[in-house]
Design a binder for this molecule. Sequence first.
Ligand code: NAP
Length: 465
Amino acid sequence: MSGDIRFTVISLSYVAAALLFIFGLRGLSTPRTARAGNRLAALGMFVALAATLLDRSIISYWEIAIGTAIGAAVGIYSARRVQMTAMPQMVAIFNGMGGATAALVSIAEFFRDYGHAIDPGVGAAVSGALGIAIGAISFTGSIVAFGKLQEILPGRPLLFPGRHVVNGLLALAIVALGLWIARGDIGPRPVWTLFAVALLLGILVVLPIGGGDMPVMISVLNSLTGVAAALTGIVLRNQVLVVAGMLVGASGTLLTLLMSRAMNRKLSNVMFGGFGAESGGAASTAVARPVRQTSAEDAAVAMAFANRVIVIPGYGLAVAEAQRQVKELAGELEKRGVDVKYAIHPVAGRMPGHMNVLLAEADISYDQLLDMEQINPEFDHTDIALVVGANDVVNPAARTDRTSPLFGMPILDADHAKNVIVLKRSMKAGFAGVDNELFYARNTQMLFGDAKQSLVQLTEAVKAV
Ligand code: NAP
């Protein structure tokens, strides 16, 4: 293939890949089109990789093939084995690898220019320095996030005195080193020092963040990795890397903002850590108060004779892996003519989209999954709200109690239903660590036990009604 044709094929392939990424992302915006969107984006990645392999400056196809085989084997193995509840840490580790790659490629580019006594120019030097700094922060930050979520490191915020000052000084050192490199000194000393300082900053920024806030932090780190990749794309003069990196950066930023808003947390509050250090996250401070308990048989009768039931899945459903059992119960109710829908809160569970993915895994129809804004008006004329392992997302204190950490967070109006049945194991608090008035309400009944077992008992009892 002549040089011109090769260049044209690569450029056109990159444009096609960029378009596939954009349409893929568009597809990810609703559960119905998400799988197709994912496939489009994967196809885009394939096209981009294939076009890159046509590049003349590739030195060894063997090394690339071996690296690809090892990476693909690890990726396929871990993606198949990972539990849905462990998805945030999987995202963290993959993201960390992206950050490390961006940083290492920028370092390699500097050293190549240095070896040939080439001045990369101010633009490429600044992009490279930023790529190293952001990629390295994202790498170690993601590894710490992984450690916390995997419980290798303590999940609680690890605070050390003067951490803001230390982190501020490290950030200043990064700026100074970046300026040094931008002035044209691309030798090993400033480049490795920048890398080391950024690695340290990544660790120190993420250590003080509590395990519960980690999904937001992972989203921040994810967008940082995107930016680092885009900067590396500038250094390599690779357009598709710039486009893909910016798409990751922009979507990660939007996701971060959406998550913070839906959790009623200021982003600065998450980023500077320490949340939950005193409350310990999930410990309830409530004094024991009486609640109304029910049995699977009584709850089944109530549901079997209801007209409308809304299921509210929460983190506990994911822990219990009860998505199939909830579908079976809904199926039995539907056979009896009950209208069953699912209310999906944007931050139900421990990561965005957690509930949609879990319920989709059990082949629950997307038409039955309704977002908070769509479903909330329906609670007023619903017979039973069935809360399955959810807590904070149905806590009415979010509307009324100014002192509650949940105050201002939009919630599902389960308390507006005629009756509420709550499946959970105990009276323990949820992620925010606060008591829930809904559990003590006159129209609420508690069915204590593991969500999966309770759902199986309810299904059997409905069959027997
Ligand atoms: P939640 O408030 O954490 O409550 C989950 C409840 O499930 C707990 O009260 C627990 O009570 C129960 N549970 C746990 N295991 C169970 C099992 N095996 N069977 C039955 N019940 C079980 O969950 P949520 O209502 O889904 O709210 C999510 C929280 O996470 C929100 O505060 C949200 O802000 C936060 N968060 C969300 C995201 C996101 O992006 N989705 C990210 C970070 C944080 P028992 O122990 O008594 O059973």
